[in-house]
Ligand binder design. Sequence first.
Ligand SMILES: N[C@@H](CCC(=O)N[C@@H](CS)C(=O)NCC(=O)O)C(=O)O
Length: 218
Amino acid sequence: MMSTTAEYVLTYFPIRGRAEHIRLLLEDCKIPYRQNLIANENWKQLKARGPETGEIPFAQLPVLHEAGTSLYLAQSGAIARHLARRHHKYGQNELEASLADMLYDTASDIRQVYRDFIFDENWQAKRESFVSNASNRFALLEKFMSSRNTPYLAGQDTTFADYHLLEVIHIIQRVQSDIIRPYSWLQSFCQKMESRPNIAEYLKSSRRFEKPVPLPHA
Ligand SMILES: N[C@@H](CCC(=O)N[C@@H](CS)C(=O)NCC(=O)O)C(=O)O
């Protein structure tokens, strides 16, 4: 949701990248935020002065700024967790919070496999092994989640981990559209996430960027 009375400003590039699960969380919870989209040609300058002004503490994006505070938060995982704590998306109890942490990191590991593949100059030759690796990782997640049998990763409601996993599935489906077909829990998870009204609206809106990363084949 875009708003003129934004609680948060999310600074990132005009791609989905590492910001997308943060956007999904903001959108699903209808938290007012504004996007500060940095074009490539402006990034060098901003990167050079960001650590000095405090606006980009570690010279990388995404960064979340909270309106009315001096807080400029870097690191996508820290941003997602910060919003989750503030907006009741960190589980109903400590066990759910720990599960959300574990499953967020599991989704990050799968995302890293995707990044290693997509940025590999021999990506075409490695497509099959990438798909097999990603599928094996989804199989383990499927096994774990089937044994718990909750609708969302940590329990009955979404946590920051669910938005991350949804985006990780979406980016890998761009490589292999039926990647989660063998996995019934993951399929039902995806359907549930995609049919949440605010997510459904966002996914088809012009606010959502088509590209996960700025590469022609991604
Ligand atoms: N661990 C950081 C990594 C941030 C990161 O790698 N950001 C990239 C974009 S996805 C970036 O700012 N690249 C531009 C640069 O380093 O100059 C996070 O999760 O936020």
